[in-house]
Design a protein around this ligand. Structure first.
Ligand code: GDP
Ligand code: MG
Length: 290
């Protein structure tokens, strides 16, 4: 019988390259939230892929970027901690965007880490992945792979989380890079997040598209379990003027959010949403439970 391999694989890359979507696709189930807006992912999620001879724990991270707020700084540090903990780091490059300074910023950080480990260029176990390949012609995919290859990573692959192209191969490559190790999670666990926190995230995911430009960054969510089938979720905003925007005309927004979240919860769950003003939630790390 072959040995059991397991370990942690961190997804890194600019905001919006498709980290969260790829983790969901690789795990075969929704384990992290996705949005068209950058900086949606605020915490480091873990999603687990199980097969008989291997277990991959995927770490979805907030995108790395130049921080301007306390929240931004915290997001960067989440991503770096995940990279430090990982057996393999996946660096993602968006097929639809030319490689640019944002990508260099992340790769240079990884390179600095690799240099600290040894003198031979970039250390092994950094996988270069071109994402969203369904959206571009093959020639563009090749160009993006070539851009990644300048960084001397351990492997390169092009994938589409939408069509599933490349995902089986990617999992196989990752498993080969993982050490022999135990099953970290029982087979029925796909997501390493408290149920309340997952519900809070689902609410935030559904809320984001309904909000105008800057507001998404001003919103946090926090859920509590009243009992097994009754949940309350607070939506925190920074200013009183933001409250009616979140609620929507006659409660329209909140109703739509609730209806979009409920199908992800066990049948008969009651979900109550409240909007609260908390001016300083961004500056209080403990309030990031969002
Ligand atoms: N067509 C297509 N869209 C994708 C793919 N992966 C991600 N997206 C979209 O790209 C946007 C950003 O994805 P997300 O996973 O939230 O990016 P993150 O910020 O890196 O986590 C979302 O609108 C996704 O639906 C893909 O493989 N194909
Ligand atoms: Mg994300």
């Amino acid at each position: 019988m072959s040995e059991h391999r397991s370990g942690f694989v961190a997804m890194l890359g600019r905001p919006n390259v498709g980290k969260s979507t790829l983790v969901n696709a690789l795990c075969g189930e929704k384990v992290t939230i996705v949005s068209k807006r950058p900086q949606t992912t605020r915490r480091s999620y873990r999603g687990v892929w199980h097969q008989e001879d291997a277990q991959i724990v995927f770490l979805d991270t907030p995108g790395i970027h130049k921080p301007v707020t306390a929240l931004g700084e915290r997001l960067n540090s989440h991503a770096q901690v995940a990279a430090d903990d990982a057996d393999v780091v996946c660096f993602l490059l968006d097929a639809t965007q030319p490689a640019g300074r944002g990508d260099e910023f992340v790769l240079d950080k990884l390179a600095a880490k690799a240099t600290a480990i040894g003198p031979n260029a970039i250390a092994p176990n950094i996988m270069g992945i071109v994402t969203k390949c369904d959206l571009v012609k093959p020639a563009i995919v090749v160009k993006q792979l070539a851009a990644l290859s300048e960084y001397n990573l351990s492997d390169y692959i092009a994938v589409s989380a939408l069509t599933g192209d490349g995902l089986d191969t990617l999992r196989d490559l990752l498993i080969q890079l993982l050490p022999v190790g135990p099953k970290y999670f029982p087979p029925d666990i796909v997501r390493d997040l408290k149920w309340e926190d997952w519900v809070a995230e689902l609410v935030r995911e559904q809320l984001l598209p309904t909000l105008r430009e800057e507001l998404p960054h001003s919103v946090a969510t926090r859920a509590e379990l009243d009992d097994e089938r009754r949940m309350r979720c607070d939506i925190l905003v920074e200013r009183p003027s933001q409250r009616p925007i979140v609620i929507g005309h006659g409660g329209k927004n909140l109703k739509a959010v609730r209806e979009a979240v409920l199908p992800h919860l066990p049948e008969d769950t009651e979900l109550t949403l409240r909007v609260k003003v908390d001016k300083h939630w961004q500056s209080r790390p403990e309030r990031f439970g969002c």
